[in-house]
Design a protein around this ligand. Sequence first.
Ligand code: CU
Length: 280
Amino acid sequence: MRSRIMQCLGGAVAMCMMAAGQAWAQESGPVDGALGFQPPATAVQEQVIAFHNFVFPIIVVVTLLVLGLLAWVVIAYRRSANPVARKFSHNSLIEVIWTVVPVLILVAIAFPSFPLLALEERVPKADIVLKATGNSWFWDYEYADFGVSISSNVLDAKAAASARKPYLLGVDEPLYAPVGTIVEVIVTSNDVLHSWAMPNFGVKQDAIPGKLNQSWFKIEREGVYYGQCSELCGTRHAYMPIEIHGVSPARFAAWITEKGGDASKYKPVVQTAALSSAQE
Ligand SMILES: [Cu+2]
C-alpha cells in the first residue's frame, strides 16, 4: 500500500485511486494514468529516482526564470512602450553572472550524476548471466549456464485479459529472475536496433545486431515487472514487451526445471539489501 501512496504523491491522487481497482495493478506494476516513476525494484532505479527528484526542481526554476525574462522583455520593451531603443552592447557584470551561474548549476548536477552513471555502467561480478536478444518483434532469453532458452511474445488483447495481464505488456512466456542476485544482461539483436528497457530496474540498453551490450540488475523484492522495447524498430515495435517475474531462488530453480534446464547448475545467491523505499 505504501508504494501506491508514494506513487500517488508523485502524481494525480484521483487517477491512482481509479487505477487501483484494476486487476493487474499490482504493487510492482505500472498503473493506468499514474504520474511519476513505477516503484523501484533495484537500488539503481532508486538512485535514478533520487537524481530525478534533485534535478527536476532545478529544471522548473530555470524554465520559469527564462520564461519570466522573456515575458518581461516582450512586455516592457515592446515598441509602443519603448519607441527609442538604447544601443549599448556590453555589460560586464551581467555577462559574468550569466556565464558563472549556469556553470555552477551544471557542476552541481554533474557531481551526483557521474557516480550514478558509473553504477549503471560498471557491471559488478555477476552471479548469473542472462542473454536477451531482440527480434522483429519479440524477445529471446537465454540462461546459457542452466540450459534455458525461451521466447517472449506479446499477448493479444483477449489473451491478456484472460491471463489478467496488462495488454501490450504481458507476454506468453515471462522471464524469471531470482531476487537478491546480480544478473548480468547481455543485450543484442538478431535483426534491427531494439532496446531492452525495464523501468523498475533502471535498465535501458540498446540491442544492436553484431554487438554485445552489457547491463545488470539486482532485484530487491519479489514482483512482476514490465518493460518494453525502447528503440523504434518497425511496425510492431509496440508489440514486443518484456515481462520479468522476480522470484525466490527456490522458485527460480523450479522454473529452470520447468523450462527443461539443469537446476543443479544454479547456485542460489541471496544478498538482499533493503531499498530505502522498500514495500511491506
Ligand atoms: Cu524492438
